[in-house]
Ligand binder design. Structure first.
Ligand code: PLP
Length: 377
């Protein structure tokens, strides 16, 4: 047990190899590579899993966000794109794609601060940032933890704003017994290999209860029309790949079991690391957390040093994310910054995610904790 990487996909593949290989073999036999039968089958299975009316497979989580926003622009504004005057409120403490998708859909991101307890967007800050030109909100269920969806949906309803959930890190997670990605107007999922449900390359999914948004998303995903030789909208070539759908069909069966394991591992971490004064543990009691990451905080500027020492001890860890979006060049002059983003900036300097691969055994987690305790004093 000398090395524990942040993620070991070989182990997962070995665990499910029979089912995955069988699913891929089927594709090799039928050779229908573009929107083959696995895509429709996976869309159906995934919509049943979520209990949502429509699921539209797309080529990545980023494309899911862009296409969902474009569909919203067409439905709400009757225009292909939003304009720079249209503002969309989101968190600066997320992966770049959340903010980038807003720019690519033509709108302006408004970054507001997070709740330091959950790392998720703070509903009070959303309310403070409301202006007449705000058209929507994108809550991101960061690290697998659900945002305060009751409050966020209520704000959306009251002010006639769309709510698009970024579910890239919280696949299978719930908020009050309803699956994330089904609580608002639309949901955007990523099947990037390291996500809770990952494929063997890029893949994504759009979820919605709304017939019109589903129809528009499906059109935009394949060139912008129902007929690809006679199109209505400015579309993309952003289909979910047949092979990826085949892999996802095999892996979906393991998702709930694996999310349970993630919760168990998180509980082991929290028990083993309790009382270590130099680190702050995540708010882990929550029912609404599927622990895409187990993320601790290390204050006093000691995070990077701790990460280096862990690495020297053979323990992998990652910083998600070192730079909040409002500090990136791409968003400079293209975004609006909320009153204060202190908590997001502090989080970027303090967070450290530890290995939480579902197949890690308890002794391995305990080993990580021992090493962590040793190097953090
Ligand atoms: C991974 C991720 C995305 C983008 O998904 P891709 O499939 O990599 O394009 C978007 N938002 C968040 C929060 C993510 O973690």
């Amino acid at each position: 047990m000398s090395r524990i990487p942040i993620l070991d996909l070989n182990r997962e593949y070995a665990h499910m190899q029979g089912a995955i290989d069988k699913s891929i073999q089927k594709c090799l036999k039928h050779q229908q590579w573009i929107l083959g039968p696995e895509v429709a089958e996976f869309e159906k299975k995934f919509s049943e899993y979520l209990s949502v009316k429509h699921c539209i497979g797309v080529s990545s989580g980023t494309d899911a966000l862009v296409i969902a926003l474009r569909a919203l622009a067409i439905k709400i504004k009757g225009k292909e794109y939003f304009t720079r005057e249209d503002k969309i409120i989101t968190t600066p403490f997320t992966f770049t794609a959340t903010g980038d998708a807003i720019l690519r859909a033509g709108a302006t991101p408004v970054f507001v601060d997070i709740d330091p307890q959950t790392f998720n967007i703070d509903p009070n800050q959303i309310e403070e940032a409301l202006t007449p030109d705000v058209v929507g909100i994108i809550p991101v269920h960061l690290y697998g933890q659900a945002c305060a969806m009751d409050r966020i949906c209520a704000i959306g309803k009251k002010h006639n704003l769309f709510v698009l959930e970024d579910v890239a890190q919280a696949c299978g997670g719930e908020w009050k017994n309803r699956k994330l990605g089904t609580l608002a107007d639309m949901g955007a999922f990523s099947f990037f290999p390291s996500k809770n449900l990952g494929c063997f390359g890029d893949g994504g999914m759009i979820s919605t209860h709304d017939d019109r948004l589903a129809e528009l998303s499906r059109m935009l995903m394949k060139h912008g029309g129902k007929d690809k030789y006679n199109v209505d909208h400015i579309g993309y070539n952003a289909r979910l790949d047949t092979l990826q759908a085949a892999v996802l069909l095999a892996k979906l069966k393991y998702l709930d079991k694996f999310n349970m394991r993630r919760k168990k591992i998180a509980a082991i971490y929290s028990k083993e690391l309790e009382g270590i004064s130099s680190i702050l543990l995540p708010n882990a009691a929550s029912e609404s957390h599927v622990f895409h990451q187990y993320t601790i905080r290390v204050s006093d500027g000691k995070r990077d040093q701790l990460q280096t020492r862990l690495k020297e001890s053979g323990i992998g860890s990652m910083v998600y994310y070192p730079v909040p979006l409002h500090k990136m060049a791409v968003f400079k002059d293209r975004s609006v910054v909320g009153k204060s983003l202190t908590y997001a900036e502090k989080a970027a300097q303090e967070v450290l995610s530890l290995p939480i691969e579902p197949l890690l055994a308890k002794p391995e987690i305990v080993y990580v904790c021992r090493k962590l305790i040793r190097v953090s004093v």
